[in-house]
Design a protein around this ligand. Structure first.
Ligand SMILES: [Zn+2]
Length: 324
């Protein structure tokens, strides 16, 4: 019971589902529940489902010491406000921390989901033995979290680590955020699929033509990956190009932060060496020798649990330092 009293109720609010879990200070997941977000219904409906999920845990005398919420998008940490969220339509300047705090007699913390995942990987996953690391989740977009001296770097307002919106090519493709040539518009799963479709429309030959029956709208990063794993030269080449753009961004990060480790999570990390090898070549070609000689690039270990585990670490650290 004593351990239970120190547990944190962590909830990762994603565009598709909300993952809630009760987590002990040493990272043991006591109970985990998934519900659909149904984000298209807007903030009020999602917050309604979120409180039902929380009620399900707290009504079971969970003994949680705090609630910790991880959400995509830039978060104003001091005010506890979600300023915008690419995965949650209609969420502009939503004061989620105070909304939830008003309903429950518990401290409530709010953090960006990729920052949470960075903390999770640092404390319990691939980055457990290093003090300086950068975590990237590469899937439909690119999220990031920066760990400096074993602490999450949050910046002046809380939004540090929005790596996906670093400019790679000023005249490049349009990003989800409305700007041009951002990293996630060039090196994410969405960018990979878009490049594949563009080349197929230009007449490139691939097993994807047969497997999709010419219906290129069905092509995703996953279908390109499947074609690559079957040895399709076209798919391998498109992945190599995306991996090189990924590496260009990593080279920038290596020069700026001199990390010991870069951890790649998200759906594209399933490509393994197909993604990492060209990316590492770009780091070696474009970064200074000193930081390039120490950095290792690895895939994440915690999968979908990274965010809830890191959110629990964040809340626990805040409680220990007297922040509520
Ligand atoms: Zn952007």
């Amino acid at each position: 019971m004593k351990e239970d009293q120190k547990s944190i109720l962590s909830i990762d609010i994603g565009g598709t589902k909300m993952l809630g879990a009760l987590i002990t200070p040493d990272g043991a997941i006591l109970r985990k529940v998934n519900v659909l977000t149904q984000a298209a219904e807007g903030p009020d409906a999602v917050i309604g489902r979120l409180t039902l999920l929380i009620d399900g845990f707290l009504g079971n005398s969970s003994g949680a010491a705090a609630l910790s919420l991880a959400v995509a998008g830039p978060i104003d940490l001091k005010k506890g406000i979600i300023t915008e969220s690419p995965n949650l339509p209609g969420w502009q300047d939503v004061p989620l921390r105070s909304i939830i705090r008003d309903k429950y007699d518990l401290p409530v913390f709010l953090l960006n989901d990729a920052q949470s995942a960075a903390l999770g990987e640092n404390c319990f996953g691939a980055g457990i033995e290093v003090e300086n690391l950068i975590f990237l989740t590469v899937s439909t977009g690119i999220g990031g979290g920066i760990i400096i001296n074993n602490r999450l770097y949050t910046g002046a307002s809380g939004s540090a680590g929005e790596i996906g919106h670093m400019v790679i090519d000023p005249g490049g493709p349009l990003c989800n955020c409305g700007n041009r040539g951002h990293y996630e518009a060039m090196a994410s799963g969405t960018a990979l699929a878009r490049e594949a479709v563009k080349r197929l429309k230009e007449g490139a030959q691939s097993v994807l033509q047969e497997s999709t029956g010419g219906s290129y709208g069905e092509i995703t990063a996953k279908t390109v990956a499947e074609a690559a794993f079957s040895g399709d030269a076209f798919a391998l080449d498109v992945i190599s190009q995306t991996a090189r753009y990924l590496g260009i961004g990593l080279a920038n990060l290596v020069n700026i932060f001199n990390p010991e480790l870069i951890i790649i999570g998200g759906g594209l990390s399933n490509l393994g060496t197909m993604l990492l090898e060209p990316a590492v070549e770009e780091i070696q070609a474009r970064s200074f020798h000193l930081p390039a000689s120490v950095v290792r690039v690895v895939t994440a270990r915690l999968g979908a649990d990274a965010g809830i585990l890191g959110a629990a670490v964040f809340a626990h650290d805040c409680l220990m330092s007297g922040v509520k």
